[in-house]
Design a protein around this ligand. Structure first.
Ligand SMILES: O=c1ccn([C@H]2C[C@H](O)[C@@H](CO)O2)c(=O)[nH]1
Ligand SMILES: [Zn+2]
Length: 150
């Protein structure tokens, strides 16, 4: 996890490998992830997560976590958003924003989601950036830094 470098301010986004994304785009994507979080079905963990993934042709797909009494049938917000996009024929992504109710740390994809995204370039382009929002701050990391120790 210490390989993941979070920028402390939105201004630093340009320095972290997503030059093509404006601050406005990132803020909108984060907002969409926060809206998606409101749809979370998480009666067991009581932990709401929302994700919004941006395709290279500027479509946004959102997802929330959907839990189940059989816990491992539940799906994370990230996988939900990715699966929705893939189901609609979109496989090339620029960025994904993830929101949770944690207010003291950035949410980070679980091991299962990292495995899911490790599938390769046919599913997730390795140039995708990850954005997180907490305490009024936006953090980001690259695919490579997120996956460094997986
Ligand atoms: O990055 C994450 C981490 C957790 N969860 C979900 C899974 C489960 O429903 C709940 C508690 O782990 O949060 C996500 O959707 N995304
Ligand atoms: Zn997950």
């Amino acid at each position: 996890m210490d390989q993941v470098k979070f920028s402390r301010e939105v201004m630093h986004i340009k320095d972290r490998g997503s030059r093509h994304l404006s601050q406005e785009t990132v803020k909108k994507l984060i907002h969409r992830s926060q809206e998606a979080k409101k749809q979370a079905y998480s009666p067991y963990s009581k932990f709401r997560v929302g994700a919004a993934i941006l395709t290279t042709d500027n479509c946004v797909f959102t997802g929330c976590n959907v839990e189940n009494a059989c816990y491992n049938l539940g799906v994370c917000a990230e996988r939900n958003a990715i699966s929705k996009a893939v189901s609609e024929g979109y496989r090339n992504f620029t960025a994904i924003a993830i929101a949770s109710d944690l207010d003291d740390q950035f949410i980070s994809p679980c091991g299962g989601c990292r495995q899911f995204m490790r599938e390769g370039e046919d599913l997730i382009t390795s140039s995708i950036s990850f954005f997180f929002f907490s305490l009024g701050q936006i953090g980001m990391c690259t695919y490579q830094s997120l996956m460094a120790h997986t």
